[in-house]
Ligand binder design. Structure first.
Ligand SMILES: Cc1ncc(COP(=O)(O)O)c(C=O)c1O
Length: 364
């Protein structure tokens, strides 16, 4: 049958994967996707509207996103040519998998190493591109197991190593000296440091990236109020970014996203800083409230979410919260250490209060 023979043309690795789906109707309090809870202020919206009004959308976008690159270099450092831009940092993860896929001598497939648990797209994207994904368990405090990482990198000779710091879903930053030691010990591997939540930790590896060609920084606007425009970037040595540019679709960032992202990095930066400060304060307040319940334990977080261990039935807890129009993230698959946990994004003070009251109601 022809459908069967067409299906046989798909990559066999896709058998192990399922499509990423989100519920069609979000509940009133959405604390499951690590977005910023804050909508833009009326003034910021008016500013965006006037900039969009002056934009010609009958033309293709600027394929180089010149002004956005300039804003990135101005806000985050480096030269404009060090940045490769994508539709969210997800696209950059895919571009790295497409471009850097040459297996090492004697290996059948390129390999990628990352700590486990971590952001799921490193594993999903590498599988979908025919790479060998290797997760290295984090230690009992969710920090890097530096010896196990080093042994694995030595043995597997990966093309790429990912470190999300702060890490999703554990929320903590990895020990800086461990990351730096691994970057220095393996100069023939590209070490991608994912700073998606860096705004909430106040830490950055920009200096390390400037000093080491084997170090790249991944960034995004998704966690600081602009998930809807899908803008991310990777900053890496110009010789490497030039190669990555060759596999980027010429118009991958649409005009509206470029314009809004540029404003986010420049004129709206002070507003974002205020929102970030309030989310960090709420994170500490919410953690203290949740820790009052004997059944809950919050792990320390440097991000805009909390990983919370629950001693009861996690499925039932999530259902009870959803009945009260509150969504949090549950982990049904993947690392077994997460089965007893939920990940809770920090909301507005009102949303967090609603969560606190709902938990009081459910847990007593
Ligand atoms: C660590 C990490 N990196 C990257 C991303 C993807 O972000 P983007 O929206 O830019 O694709 C996420 C999203 O959850 C994340 O948690």
């Amino acid at each position: 049958m022809s459908l069967e023979s067409l299906k046989s043309l798909f990559r066999p690795e896709l058998e192990e994967l399922s499509a990423y789906r989100v519920p069609p109707r979000p509940p009133e309090v959405k604390l499951d996707a690590n977005e910023s809870p804050w909508p833009l202020t009326p003034e910021a919206r008016a500013r965006l509207a006037s900039v969009m009004h002056a934009t010609d959308i009958n033309r293709y976008p600027d394929g180089r996103a010149t002004e956005l690159r300039e804003a990135l270099a101005w806000a985050l450092g480096g030269s404009t040519d060090e940045y490769v831009l994508g539709s969210g940092s997800d696209e950059l993860i895919a571009l790295l998998a497409t471009a850097m896929c040459q297996p090492r001598d004697g290996a059948e497939r390129p390999a990628v190493v990352y700590p486990d648990p971590t952001f799921v797209m490193y594993g999903i994207t590498s599988r979908a591109h025919g790479w060998k994904p290797i997760g290295v368990p984090l230690d009992e405090r969710w920090d890097l197991d530096a010896d196990a990482m080093a042994e694995t990198i030595e043995r597997e000779r990966p093309n790429l190593v990912y470190y999300a710091t702060p890490n999703n879903p554990t929320g903590n930053c990895f020990s800086r000296e461990k990351v730096e030691a691994l970057v220095d010990a393996f100069p023939d591997t590209l070490h991608v440091i994912d700073e998606a939540y860096g705004a909430y930790s106040g830490q950055s590896y920009a200096t390390l990236c400037e000093e080491r060609a084997q170090c790249a920084l991944l960034g995004t606007l998704s966690k600081v109020g602009f998930a809807g425009i899908r803008v991310g970037w990777v900053r890496l040595d110009e010789a490497l970014s030039a190669e990555l540019e060759k596999v980027r679709q010429p118009f991958n960032l649409n005009t509206a996203s470029q314009v809004v992202a540029r404003l986010a990095l420049t004129d709206l930066a002070p507003l974002l800083e205020t929102q970030i400060t309030s989310i960090v304060a709420e994170r500490e307040r919410l953690a203290a409230e949740l820790d009052r319940h004997g059944a809950l334990h919050c792990f320390p977080s440097d991000a805009n979410f909390l990983l919370v261990r629950y001693t009861g039935d996690v499925e039932e807890l999530c259902r009870a919260l959803l009945d009260r129009e509150i969504a949090v993230r549950q982990f049904k698959h993947g690392n077994s250490r997460l089965r007893s946990c939920v990940r809770i994004t920090i909301g507005t003070p009102e949303e967090n209060q609603r969560l606190v009251e709902a938990l009081g109601d459910i847990l007593g």
